[in-house]
Design a protein around this ligand. Structure first.
Ligand SMILES: Cc1cc2nc3c(=O)[nH]c(=O)nc-3n(C[C@H](O)[C@H](O)[C@H](O)COP(=O)(O)OP(=O)(O)OC[C@H]3O[C@@H](n4cnc5c(N)ncnc54)[C@H](O)[C@@H]3O)c2cc1C
Length: 431
């Protein structure tokens, strides 16, 4: 039976980064991924096929939260917006990601986009916001401007390969010798004398097991379930998802359909209030699904879609709720969460009004979550090296965040993966 140096379970941002870092150091790496490799179709089908339950997973309280089920994870449908690891989240647990964030910035092609890719609609919103005293600017993006065709399709999967996704690192790891098994769902870790020695699961319905000196769980929501089965009961108790609300409005003479999402915006209220504000809106079918979840009457608002400009508020939510077996979970929008969302909505309304929208046209959609995270928190379920109480068993993805980020996650997840890569490389002689 082949023994790997490192088994990485899940090929999202965190997992692919560790796989690539360890392959680059000459280690024998195995990547295991529950989903397949769905390619771009440029429509909602692409998104649905990359997500658990086609993206229609809802909390017991009826809120939608998005979970990945494909090679590359959620990065495939990310908007391409980049924010560095925030000190507000990592200082309290004594982790400094400055070096790794610098390395990641180069790898991920992070830069601001030229005006022609940002687009007229976004630039108009930026100008309007600044004219009433806000401090909007261009956002950093992990998009190569040379390859971007300004389709605005980032969240439907990127056709041109201009957007960095975890597949870039995953493919690099494979090209340098890592093994990749798709359609392989891991359910348990194999532990002997307090040390992890492998993983178990199913590949296309057949039982499989693999052995390695270290195991890194990077499955997002499933990390908590796998750890609970291994006896770590507190995993999955409390989590974050960065509640967001899209707000649409009819501004005469413009709409944001097809505009590059999240290419301008403001983080000026992030440090003080945990709020980020950026222009982005769901495409027509996701808009329809969001209205349908709000009740059949809401669907009457559907025809307005083609007139709407959209801005989103995203917040650092409270750590609360619980994951249950499967993709079942409970997570409320707390009073404090809703106060932050409302503050953001007020700001957005001011921008829309100044741009010429009537109050009657302004439409905030219901809160939803796109960043499932903090289910295996640093300082609680994993230590600052991301190791669990089971020796050589690590977690590395958004699940380890000590609290809500309230910001784009990918730069942070890559920085964490690079840091874990260094730790594993330094300690590999002891295993
Ligand atoms: C619509 C949308 C837009 C976004 N836009 C941005 C953006 O612009 N910028 C940004 O930085 N972030 C953005 N995000 C967030 C970001 O994409 C994710 O937070 C980040 O990619 C999560 O990475 P991760 O490593 O935690 O793992 P995930 O992406 O959750 O990946 C987990 C992987 O594990 C696999 N898996 C799950 N269970 C198992 C199992 N049991 N066995 C084996 N494999 C398993 C999954 O298929 C998946 O590949 C966006 C998210 C969404 C939904």
């Amino acid at each position: 039976m082949k023994e790997y140096d490192v088994i990485v379970v899940g090929t999202g941002t965190g997992g692919s980064t560790v796989a690539r870092e360890m392959t680059n150091r000459g280690k024998k790496v195995l990547m295991l991924e529950s989903g397949g490799r769905w390619e771009w179709m440029g429509n909602t089908m692409t998104v649905a096929m990359m997500l658990k339950h086609f993206g229609l997973v809802r909390s017991k309280e009826g809120r939608t939260v998005t979970f990945a089920d494909n090679y590359g994870g959620l990065s495939n449908i990310a908007a391409g917006c980049a924010a560095p690891p925030p000190k507000a989240v990592f200082d309290p647990v004594g982790i400094d990601l400055t070096e790794e964030a610098k390395e990641a910035k180069k790898d991920l092609w992070i830069q601001k986009q030229p005006d022609e890719l940002v687009g007229k609609a976004n630039l108009r919103l930026l100008e309007v916001a600044n004219s009433i005293g806000y401090h909007w600017g261009k956002m950093d993006k992990f998009i190569d401007p040379q390859r971007c065709n300004a389709s605005g399709d980032c969240m439907l999967g990127c056709k041109t390969g201009a957007k960095w996704t975890a597949r870039v690192y995953g493919d690099e790891a494979v090209s340098k010798g890592a093994d990749l098994h798709l359609h392989t769902k891991i359910t348990e870790v194999i532990v002997e004398n307090g040390r992890v020695v492998g993983v178990k699961g199913t590949k296309l319905g057949r039982s499989v097991q693999y052995f390695g000196k270290a195991v890194v769980l990077s499955t997002g929501i499933d990390n908590a379930h796998i750890l609970r089965r291994a006896g770590i009961a507190r995993a999955g108790k409390g989590f974050c998802c960065d509640w967001l609300q899209f707000v649409g409005a009819e501004i005469p003479g413009m709409n944001t359909i097809g505009a590059t999402p999240m290419s301008v915006g403001s983080l000026e209220f992030y440090e003080s209030d945990g709020i980020a504000i950026v222009p982005v809106f769901p495409n027509w079918s996701m808009y329809a699904a969001t209205l349908a979840f709000a009740g059949p009457k809401s669907l009457l608002k559907f025809p307005r879609f083609w007139k709407l400009s959209g801005i989103m508020v995203k917040v650092r939510d409270e750590t609360a709720g619980e994951l249950f077996e499967g993709v079942s979970f409970s997570k409320k929008v707390s009073k404090a969460d809703q106060m932050k969302l409302d503050k953001g909505i007020d700001i957005i309304k001011k921008v829309f009004r100044k741009a010429g929208a009537k109050d009657s046209s302004i439409l905030p959609l219901n809160p939803q979550g796109a960043h499932p995270s903090a289910t295996c928190r640093i300082g609680d379920v994993v230590d600052i090296n991301l190791e669990t109480e089971i020796k050589n068993l690590y977690c590395c993805d958004a699940s380890v965040l000590p609290s809500a980020l309230g910001l784009p996650v990918i730069w942070t997840a890559v920085a964490l993966g690079k840091r874990l890569g260094k730790h594993l490389a330094a300690g590999s002689a002891d295993r």
